[in-house]
Design a protein around this ligand. Structure first.
Ligand code: PEP
Ligand code: MG
Length: 805
């Protein structure tokens, strides 16, 4: 990366400039400052030796550029150049650009990996945006800055139009994201707003377009890798150029107004038979209505027991709910439940509950008082997003109350395909919905960013919220229509409207079919390399969704859910039936069953283990299985029996660190196969690579097993020594860190050398931003959440492995 040096008379000025550049490039810039002099009495000045040291710090093969403030800064820099050797001096450019704007433009271009010529050009034109804004650019200058785009390149260019929703338009940070994302493409690229068209490789030019929220822009690309560039731009646009959160919140605030105007529209046009709400997820569905109500269990009327008994009662209820939440946290979109888990572990909550009990409240009362106080805080919060967290508080509250009162939770029971109507739904209600029965959701309350809305979207269920009065207007069993695109609930549409809705519905279904069809096709890179794309599943309920999304098998079946969802361990027969049936559903596509990966952070209610001080470094996965053979052997036998009937089954062992562990596992498998009378044992046995020791010893392990699967979730936490659930070190838990990438590379090399397949089943496998890199590292098999498979396949199709990255 091209280095940047800021030379200034004032250290504080240079530090401020550096701070801005680091923020603008999200820490990716290679920048050093040489500013002020080492004299406390008179610190203003510049020092050639300091400039030389700064240059030596940041200048590598790609060179460095220097931005200077006034007079002697230039002289000191020139003197520093004299002191450097010729080779380095030739790679350094001094730029006459304004120090703040120039440093920002140069930093963004350098962080995007652009060559030094482009970095210099960016810095030199750094003032253009401001000049243009203030009307200081002449027509000639304006014309000169328009990129050349002749008729033939325009004709051949691929394009992508986007309606910008970023609250502040495409300002510096989104523009930097665009330049960074497009830096590696060789084709010509332009961004157009109205009549103006600029190079999409230049931060300044993009900023010059002055794109505001609500504007439409068109991205053009022409050249050999144009399709990949368009895809990359589209992907970034869909992420709102790195500002998805800001957009979500902005849109949410705006949505309230939209709803009002929608309702006004409905009324003004005398449209009867519809109620306006907010759109959460698109889709048009007509079906009978099912009304559902979920109540908070009432606080029982009972005597206060001893203080310690009340505390134990609430403690036990909380622990049980936590156990349930940790199981849910491992499911797709489990981060919502991870957040609930953290809320429930909040020491301040606990203090308030204990306080309540000490003042004489029974456990249920103390709990609800605490919860209500927190819910009130959320309800009165300024931001809509925070206000919608109230529903999360009540979701947790209800689960704890159910545990304490023993009341049976109301379950959403739907016998035929229907539209579910409710006041609100808790995330845990939505997570348990059967998508084949619940065709759409309509809530009289709720919000666009509530967790139940997020889940509905993630599950692909058309949904609308804040449809006020819907529960009064609609009778159970009445056929209604949810228009998830415009946020309308139709309970009595006219014949004309009905025909329009039908037309919209068939267009929607057709579009869905097209997406699904391409998901069913293989993922082949531009140069013809076939890539296997498999699904991660947690149980039988995930099978049909995985197949619909084009899964070419299962790369990871997290069997712990079988063990965590019940108070009793699943028997050998129960396990055998589940394994056999899932394998059968996949036909000849592989089913990779991961042996039990509990212990440490994933406790088992049915098999309590002593707490550990460092659970992540403790008795987890295969370590626990080898020490508690009875657990392991039951599972091994179930897998072996299922494999007798379904040859597409393979077994994968988690948390392997040593060859010795693999040998012990294989010996147990051989022993049990013998007991079961299996003559020729041909169950493929692979291991997860998720412990650094396994990476460093991958060559030896590859000799022992049939396949590797890289578990980046754990591999990242162990390589970076950063707990994957601890938000305080979240920045370290980043699989793009060079050390993690290197670990992946070592594993791929070892697997390929030994001729065994290497796949990846950690979250990174489903991150389309990582796909290109992983393919370049030699990975040919990906296993991810079913919902991301269509996008993952599309991403693979854009990569050309014949072109060296
Ligand atoms: C992993 O560690 O990457 C992995 C897939 O396993 P889990 O997330 O279940 O620990
Ligand atoms: Mg793991």
């Amino acid at each position: 990366m091209v280095g940047i040096v800021v030379v200034s008379h004032s250290r504080r000025l240079a530090e401020g400039v550096a701070e801005l550049a680091i923020q603008m490039t999200q820490g990716k810039v290679n920048l050093a400052i040489a500013a002020g002099i080492d004299d406390p009495e008179n610190p203003i000045g510049t020092d050639a030796i300091a400039v030389m040291a700064a240059l030596e710090e940041v200048c590598d093969e790609q060179g460095a550029v220097v931005l200077m403030d006034l007079g002697s800064a230039l002289l000191s820099t020139e003197m520093a150049l004299e002191l450097l050797d010729d080779e380095m001096r030739d790679k350094i450019a001094l730029i006459a650009a304004p120090i703040v704007e120039g440093t920002m433009a140069a930093s963004v271009a350098a962080a995007a990996g652009l060559p030094i010529e482009a970095v210099i050009a960016e810095a030199r034109s750094a003032l253009d945006v401001k000049r243009e804004h203030l009307g200081e650019m002449s027509d000639d200058e304006n014309h000169a800055s328009q990129p050349h785009m002749d008729a033939s390149s325009l004709q051949n260019a691929l394009d992508f139009t986007w309606h910008v929703q970023n609250p502040h338009g495409i300002h510096a940070r989104p523009a930097a994201a665009i330049v960074g994302q497009l830096a590696t493409f060789n084709c010509d690229m332009w961004l157009e707003k109205g009549e103006q068209r600029v190079s999409a490789k230049s931060l300044n030019n993009i900023a010059k377009l002055g794109v505001r929220c609500g504007d439409s822009v068109c991205f053009y690309a022409s050249g050999s890798d144009a399709q990949a560039a368009v895809n990359a731009f589209a992907q970034l646009a869909n992420d709102h150029f790195g500002e998805a959160d800001a957009v979500r919140l902005g849109v949410q605030e705006e949505a309230e107004d939209v709803q009002e105007s929608m309702q006004e529209l409905v009324e003004a046009h005398g449209i009867s038979g519809a109620i306006a709400g907010l759109s959460v997820n698109g889709g048009i569905v007509s079906a009978p209505a099912v009304l559902f109500a979920q109540e908070m269990p009432a606080i029982p009327v009972r005597e206060f027991e001893a203080e310690s008994a009340e505390i134990t009662r609430i403690q036990q209820a909380i622990e049980l709910v936590k156990l349930h939440l940790s199981a849910q946290a491992k499911l797709p979109h489990g981060d919502i439940f991870q957040a609930h888990l953290m809320m429930l572990s909040d020491p301040e909550w606990w203090q308030a509950i204990v306080e309540g009990i000490k003042q004489g409240a029974i456990a249920e009362q103390a709990w609800m008082d605490t919860v209500n106080t927190l819910a009130t805080d959320y309800r009165n919060a300024d931001s809509v997003y925070m206000r919608e967290r109230e529903a999360d508080v009540f979701d947790i509250a209800r689960q704890v109350m159910i545990q304490m009162t023993g009341e049976k939770p109301a379950a959403v029971e739907i016998s035929q395909p229907s539209i579910l109507l409710a006041r609100d739904l808790m995330p845990s209600d939505v997570a348990g919905l059967d998508k084949n029965k619940v065709l759409a959701i309509c809530l009289s309350e709720g919000g666009k960013t509530s967790h139940s809305a997020i889940l509905a979207r993630a599950m692909g269920i058309p949904a609308i919220v804040k449809v006020q009065g819907c529960l009064d207007q609609v009778k159970p069993g009445q056929v209604i229509t949810v228009d998830g695109f415009s946020g309308l609930l139709w309970f009595a549409p006219s014949a004309e409207v009905e025909a329009e809705l039908e037309q919209k519905r068939s267009e929607w279904l057709e579009a869905q079919q097209v997406a699904q069809q391409s998901a069913q096709q293989q993922a082949i890179t531009c140069d013809g390399t076939e890539i296997q794309v498999l699904a991660n599943i947690g149980g039988p309920e995930d099978v049909s969704f995985a197949l619909q999304n084009g899964a070419e098998g299962v790369g990871l079946f997290r069997t712990e859910f079988l063990f965590q969802t019940s108070d009793e361990l699943p028997s050998e027969d129960e396990q055998y039936t589940v394994y056999r049936d899932i394998a059968n559903a996949f036909g000849d596509k592989p089913l990779t069953i991961r042996s039990l990966d509990v212990g440490g952070d994933k406790p088992l209610a049915a098999y309590p283990m002593p707490e550990e001080e460092n659970p992540f470094l403790g008795l987890r996965g295969v370590r626990l299985c080898l020490q508690h053979e009875e657990l392991f052997v039951t599972q091994i036998r179930a897998v072996l029996r299922a494999h007798q009937e379904q040859s597409n089954i393979q077994l994968m062992i988690p948390m392997i660190a040593m060859v010795e562990e693999v040998r012990r596992v294989k010996a147990l498998i051989a022993r049990e196969a013998k007991v079961l009378g299996i003559q020729s044992l041909d169950l493929p046995v692979g291991i997860m690579i998720e412990v650094p020791a396994a990476v460093l010893n991958a060559d030896a392990l590859a000799q022992e097993v049939d396949f590797f699967s890289i578990g980046t979730n754990d591999l990242t936490q162990y390589v970076m020594a950063a707990d994957r659930g601890n938000t305080a070190v979240a920045e370290l838990v980043n699989y793009f860190e060079p050390a993690v990438i290197r670990a992946i590379e070592i594993t791929c090399i070892a697997g390929n050398k030994a001729g065994i397949p290497v796949s990846m089943c950690g979250e990174m496998a489903g991150d389309t931003k990582a796909t290109d890199l992983l393919l370049q590292l030699g990975l040919r098999k990906f296993s991810a959440s079913a919902s991301v498979l269509p996008a993952l396949k599309e991403q693979v199709r854009t990569v050309d492995l014949s072109v060296q990255a």
